[in-house]
Design a protein around this ligand. Structure first.
Ligand SMILES: Nc1ncnc2c1ncn2[C@@H]1O[C@H](COP(=O)(O)OP(=O)(O)OP(=O)(O)O)[C@@H](O)[C@H]1O
Ligand SMILES: [Mg+2]
Length: 539
């Protein structure tokens, strides 16, 4: 059993947790929910011991093990798959590293020999010799083929990456599994797979997610992070939503009654306090009045950012011409002779099963990668702004405040007033605008990337999975901002509603060429003849 007792944590003015008490019992699946920046990832870090709370403590049942799948799925890009899994057993991995370092030495002292023997002992005790085969079995169970074991994490698709990270977390059979937004970067099939996996997983799961359907499927409990507290509800997400709305309604009704009572008492006091014979009564009524307090009604701190992209100039006749682009990565042909021409006003969703193909195409079009063959030409009147799937390079290790960070992307107006106004609309106000870029939560980073894009005044937006990490309110704002945008858009998303409401054209990249249709996503999916044809292109 995992328990947090009187846990408090604050960063500057921001109170993330105040005297939080919560118990997680075996066999349950807890959905940890809350707005971007509410403190969900931080709370998982407190539970796993990565961060010390300022007050209180966390206790874990005797002999129980806890494992984590973190929100950043790009943290192991440089490591091979099998090694990434083994890193899940921290101590074993440390021993392996130290052992290897000693054996690599050209001169081997007596001391080294003793240390190596010590490490070998510990290694054997932890079943170290079986680590690789154990990891391989686990990967196989999760559907990762043996041919992928030596690949770098960077070369895997999002769904494969999550499976490897899950294997890492499961390596060493944890009693408690903490998952931070595991469905980001997953397609529908992979999400369904994960749902099944979690439903059948017998130990305790605590999972952070913004995906309502997913939460409804897997959760037995919902833990809502808001105003420094964590409220626990039994049931799935819909049940939490209904009951929290009801509780709010009841609190509002109760307050209305109290307000009426207060008014009545105030009137009484006003009328009679001047009248000597009744003044005693009036005083006691006044006392009563003092005792009535209106419960603070806190509807929820979830808020909508303001997302609006304004192109600096109109796009002329030509938007983009792509001619015969091919690209092979790691011996696999990812793009095979891809050609298409886009026109202004096109809002194109790139769909299809191969996520790496879509991302590679965007990277080529944004000049981050060279095609092996073929070429592309952007219209002379176009300017592009890019939202890459992995934004870590913009934030990792950055010591800048948010104002400084944003200033880099604001050539025209560099004043603090302007930048703060901008940040305020993206929900960073007051002291929040002065925090460091590298402490941002997943959703906060996305809000900053969107601010950067808004400042660019580009007339073409290229967005690779922009809804990952965002809470519902922010997804809605982004969705509306993209619908209203007067320029052109090239994007990918696994959110069907998002695609359907924005795209007026679909391009599907299949192994046997592209499908290109100027229709809505709903029409695309409903066209059975077309879908049959497409299915044959994957066969
Ligand atoms: N060292 C720090 N100094 C100041 N603020 C911090 C620090 N670390 C985290 N924060 C802030 O604490 C808040 C909580 O961050 P956390 O990553 O836990 O949010 P989250 O609920 O997981 O959000 P998301 O849904 O976007 O992932 C954020 O506003 C973040 O900017
Ligand atoms: Mg988070």
């Amino acid at each position: 059993m995992l328990q947090a007792t009187n846990v408090s944590l604050r960063y500057g003015d921001k109170k993330l947790f105040e005297d939080v008490n919560i118990k997680f019992t075996p066999g349950n699946c807890y959905g940890l929910i809350g707005a971007n920046g509410a403190g969900k990832s931080t709370f998982l870090k407190i539970l796993s011991g990565e961060i010390e709370p300022q007050t209180g403590h966390v206790s874990l049942g005797k002999g129980e093990r806890l494992a984590v799948l973190k929100q950043d799925h790009f943290a192991y890009e440089e490591y091979p798959v099998l090694q990434t899994v083994i890193m899940g057993h921290t101590r074993l991995y440390e021993v392996m590293q130290e052992k290897d370092a000693i054996y690599m030495k050209s001169e081997f002292s007596e001391e080294d020999g003793m240390r190596a023997a010590e490490l070998e002992g510990e290694f054997a005790e932890m079943n170290g010799w079986e680590a690789e085969s154990d990891a391989a079995v686990l990967l196989k169970g999760l559907g990762i083929d043996e041919s992928a074991h030596d690949k770098k994490m960077a070369d895997l698709s999002g769904a494969e990456k999550v499976k490897v990270l899950l294997a890492q977390a499961l390596f060493g059979s944890p009693d408690i599994l903490l998952l931070d937004e595991p469905t980001n970067h997953l397609d529908i099939q992979a999400i369904q797979w994960l749902e099944e996996f979690l439903i059948n997983f017998e130990n305790t799961v605590i999972v952070v997610s913004h995906d309502r359907h997913f939460l409804n499927k897997v959760c037995t409990h919902i833990a809502d992070v808001d105003y420094g507290k964590i409220e626990l509800y039994v049931g799935n997400y819909d049940f939490w939503y209904e009951s929290s709305q009801l509780a709010l309604q009841m609190a509002q009704d109760a307050n209305k009654k109290k307000e009426e009572k207060i008014k009545e008492l105030q009137n009484f006091i006003a009328r009679f306090s001047a009248n000597a014979s009744k003044s005693k009564q009036a005083t006691s009524r006044k006392k009563m009045l003092d005792n009535i307090t209106l419960d603070d009604i806190k509807p929820s701190s979830r808020r909508y950012p303001y997302v609006a992209f304004n192109p600096g100039r109109e796009i002329g006749n030509d938007l983009l011409r792509v001619e015969g682009i091919s690209k092979t990565i790691d011996g696999e042909k990812v793009l095979d002779n891809v050609s298409f021409t886009l026109n202004r006003n096109d809002k194109v969703a790139f769909v299809g099963k191969d996520e790496i193909a879509k991302t590679t195409l965007f990277q080529i079009l944004m000049g981050e990668m060279e095609p092996d063959e073929g070429s592309y030409t952007w219209g002379v009147t176009t300017s592009q702004s890019y939202f890459p799937k992995d934004n870590s390079k913009f934030f990792d290790g950055s010591n800048m405040t948010l104002v400084e960070w944003l200033r880099q992307y604001s050539p025209e107006d560099q004043t603090e007033t302007f930048l703060r106004g901008f940040l305020g609309r993206m929900l960073f106000s007051g002291e929040e605008a002065l925090k460091k870029a590298n402490v941002l939560s997943g959703g906060e980073k996305v809000r900053c990337m969107l601010s950067k894009m808004m400042l660019s005044q580009a007339n073409v937006l290229v967005l690779d999975e922009p809804t990952n990490h965002l809470d519902l309110e922010s997804i809605t704002s982004l969705n509306n901002g993209l619908i209203k945008f007067k320029g052109s858009i090239l994007f990918t998303s696994h959110d069907q509603q998002f695609i359907n409401s924005i795209a007026n054209r679909l391009i599907e990249i299949t192994p046997k060429g592209i499908v290109d249709k100027e229709i809505s996503y709903d029409e695309y999916v409903a066209d059975q003849k077309l879908q049959k044809e497409i299915a044959s292109m994957y066969a």
